[in-house]
Design a protein around this ligand. Structure first.
Ligand SMILES: Nc1ncnc2c1ncn2[C@@H]1O[C@H](COP(=O)(O)OP(=O)(O)OP(=O)(O)O)[C@@H](O)[C@H]1O
Ligand SMILES: N[C@@H](CCO)C(=O)O
Length: 320
């Protein structure tokens, strides 16, 4: 279930009026997703029925939202296949609905794939690189809020729940990433707006060559290589072992580097970035696992999947 906030037809119709997109025909909650309340909303502009996606933000604050929504708007205007948020006459991209910030964005076609192939990986890699280039002139800046500072802050909180040898792994990796962030190799990596959560369930396809990216609500300014590593760690793996699949990996890296060439420095950093990307989601899943159990709300995602991926990447790539 992913409708945490209930709304009425009248309440929504009133909220939609300043967008001037048409009259409300119907709306229905979207079942998947764990962060926000999402609805498909159908409007009639006098000639056509068009369906949009309404998101009510359950956790994100009005201070954090402008970056995500302006990034999506910026990318959509530049032709990157992402949802376009709609503004009212004052240019506001979100306004309160049922006491929480809410936005209306375009609905993209297609569905996610349960079985990524090298062809999917190639189109995702190419589009990710195009997205990185298109984001270079975005004016607004917000760091990846799930970056190194957050890992350091979360380490003690989640360690409390872990057996000693697993807490030791966590401590060791956070320390390795802290040291790596001080190296010239890290400091030379290209930085810009990234999706930072481009998992298989956040990409919709009408065919394997036409991906659209959704769910930008963990986006942030980080190294482009970290964004690519997050993507590789979900798209180019054997899902039971977490091991990298060479054909998927080659397809994604080759397609990405056709648009944004990878440098020798990028290659030197690659192993640590794959480890960083695994660490980021291991920590967030650990946190959600214990927090969600307390709240008894949703089935949490499996943290041991990323513990396994981190161990595998650590055995493959040494600390720099
Ligand atoms: N712009 C869109 N166009 C089409 N479908 C969308 C769009 N936005 C969301 N969806 C649908 O709604 C579902 C849930 O959206 P989303 O993944 O953003 O939820 P969430 O709770 O924010 O995310 P998550 O649990 O992945 O962090 C998606 O899997 C997709 O099916
Ligand atoms: N992609 C994240 C969830 C947040 O979108 C995960 O699989 O842990």
């Amino acid at each position: 279930m992913a409708v945490f906030t209930q709304i009425t037809h009248d309440e929504l119709a009133t909220w939609l009026t300043p967008l001037n997109l048409g009259t409300l025909v119907e709306f229905k909650g979207i079942a998947s997703g764990i962060e926000n309340s999402n609805f498909f909303v159908t409007l009639n502009d006098g000639r056509h029925h068009t369906t949009y996606v309404l998101t009510i933000f359950e956790v994100l604050t009005p201070e954090q939202l402008p970056f995500y929504l302006e990034l999506m708007q910026h990318l959509a205007i530049k032709g990157i296949p992402v949802p376009r948020p709609y503004a009212d006459a004052q240019g506001q991209l979100f306004r309160p609905l049922a006491g929480k910030p809410a936005t209306l964005v375009s609905k993209l076609s297609g569905s996610d794939t349960a079985t990524p192939t090298p062809a999917h990986c190639a189109s995702v890699g190419r589009t990710l690189a195009q997205m990185h280039l298109a984001g270079r002139d975005l004016q607004r800046h917000q760091p990846n809020l799930r970056g190194l500072d957050w890992w350091q802050m979360m380490e003690d909180k989640v360690s409390a729940f872990l057996p000693d040898h697993i807490a030791e792994l966590l401590r060791d990796e956070v320390a390795a990433q802290t040291a790596f962030a001080q190296t010239p190799i890290y400091k030379e990596l290209p930085v810009g707006a990234g999706h930072c959560d481009l998992f298989v369930d956040n990409v919709l396809f009408t065919d394997p060559n036409s991906p659209s990216f959704i769910d930008f609500y963990f986006a942030g300014v980080d190294t482009w290589l970290f964004d690519l590593a997050v993507t590789v760690n979900d798209w180019c793996i054997d899902r039971s072992t977490g091991e990298l699949l060479p054909d998927h990996l080659n397809a994604m890296i080759t397609a990405y580097s056709t648009v944004v060439p990878l440098t020798d420095n990028d290659r030197s950093a690659w192993g640590m970035m794959l480890r960083a990307a695994a660490l980021r989601f291991w920590i967030s899943r650990l946190y959600d696992f214990y927090r969600t159990r307390e709240a008894a709300m949703l089935t949490p995602k499996d943290p041991t999947h990323f513990e396994r991926i981190l161990k595998s990447r650590r055995s493959q790539f040494e600390t720099i």
